[in-house]
Design a protein around this ligand. Structure first.
Ligand code: G3H
Ligand code: 13P
Ligand code: ZN
Length: 333
């Protein structure tokens, strides 16, 4: 058993309480390689922002669980080296799909886990989430559970709406599971194609897709039921047009990629939404920078020469999110 406390990590409890009071959100950035981790830590340390390092099941398998633990420990040491006296860094399992996976992560130094039972029938979701929360809380590890289903890219508009979190269920769900935060569905979705073109309008000037707004009425109703309870938004990449353009310019093919407009995330961050998940934007930045080097310097074969610019662009992206979208800069000393 490795305690996250020994690794210098923190859980989300205090972080979320402060974020709700302060009207900002904590960035939850996914990572699975060294360059992403370096960029996240540098951005968080230089802006003094609390940060959640998020690892999916696939990322954990990709990076190796043991190596990951040391990477997280290294991240804390690196943050201190960068002048961040008391780093507020969480190591979080993203979309845990079983009790065993969550337990494994808790036993190996994660300070927070998500149990995603959102695809299960309501009672089964409650039973699984409670089992994880009961185990996690013995070790002071915090637990995120999910209610409502995020739309997949293939889903129809109607199906999407019917999968929104039902505000009338959130009190019962949070009480019976004992979860510390609740991921909800209000119209965000994963990936770089969050909406189909027919769900959007087109900006007549640029010809670009304008997505439909998030269901803030559902968020309001949830907050009314659970005042002050930490809410999490998944699928919150904005799919910056500049990265999509760069990728397409340098040989990629991402037609009609569309994300969540930043002004909507800014609005959410001011509410009880205190954790905002971003993965795809970092993937886009990485890919855009690498494609540019490959296109401009076809003779280059030193990975540092293309992973380095990718790291720089991701760092810029993370800082932008922290300062201009989530408002978490300066919130950790
Ligand atoms: O929510 C999903 C995250 O973007 C992680 O994706 O399973 O491809 O690592 P992944
Ligand atoms: P994006 O695909 O919008 O970056 O969402 C990431 C996410 O929700 C990870 O859990
Ligand atoms: Zn997610």
């Amino acid at each position: 058993m490795v305690s996250y406390k020994e690794l210098g990590l923190v859980n989300t409890r205090e972080m979320f309480a402060k974020a709700i009071k302060g009207g900002y959100a904590i960035p939850a950035f996914n990572f699975n390689n060294m360059e992403q981790l370096q960029a996240i830590i540098k951005a968080a340390a230089e802006t003094k922002s609390p940060v959640i390092l998020q690892v999916s099941k696939g990322a954990r398998a990709y990076a190796n669980p043991t190596l990951l633990r040391y990477m997280a420990q290294g991240a804390v040491a690196y943050a201190k080296e960068l002048g961040w006296e008391k780093p507020e860094i969480v190591l979080h399992l993203d979309h845990g799909d079983s009790f065993e996976l969550c337990k494994d992560c808790i036993d190996l130094g994660f300070s927070s886990v998500m149990i995603d039972g959102s695809a299960l029938p309501y009672e089964e979701n409650i039973a699984l989430s409670k089992k994880v929360a009961d185990y996690a809380h013995q070790y002071d590890v915090t637990v995120e559970a999910e209610l409502g289903v995020l739309a997949g890219v293939e889903d129809e508009v109607q199906a999407e709406e019917s999968h929104y979190t039902r505000p009338e269920e959130v009190i019962d769900f949070s009480k019976r599971t004992g979860c510390d935060s609740l991921a909800i569905s209000i119209g965000t979705s994963h990936g770089a194609y969050k909406f189909k073109p027919e769900q959007c309008t087109r900006d007549p000037k640029t010809g670009r897709l304008v997505p439909p707004p998030l269901a803030f009425d559902v968020l309001d109703a949830i907050m009314e039921q659970l005042p002050g309870f930490p809410i999490v938004l998944h699928g919150s990449s904005s799919v910056p047009q500049e990265y999509v353009d760069m990728i397409n310019q340098y040989g990629g093919k991402l037609p009609d990629a569309v994300g969540i407009p930043e002004e909507q995330l800014r609005k959410a961050a001011k509410s009880a939404v205190c954790k905002i998940n971003i993965d795809s934007d970092s993937r886009l930045a990485f890919t855009a920078a690498v494609r540019k080097v490959f296109a401009e310097k076809p003779g280059e074969f030193d990975p540092r020469k293309y992973c380095g610019p990718a790291r720089d662009l991701m760092e810029q992206l993370y800082k932008h999110k922290i300062i201009n979208v989530l408002g978490s800069d300066g919130k950790a000393c």
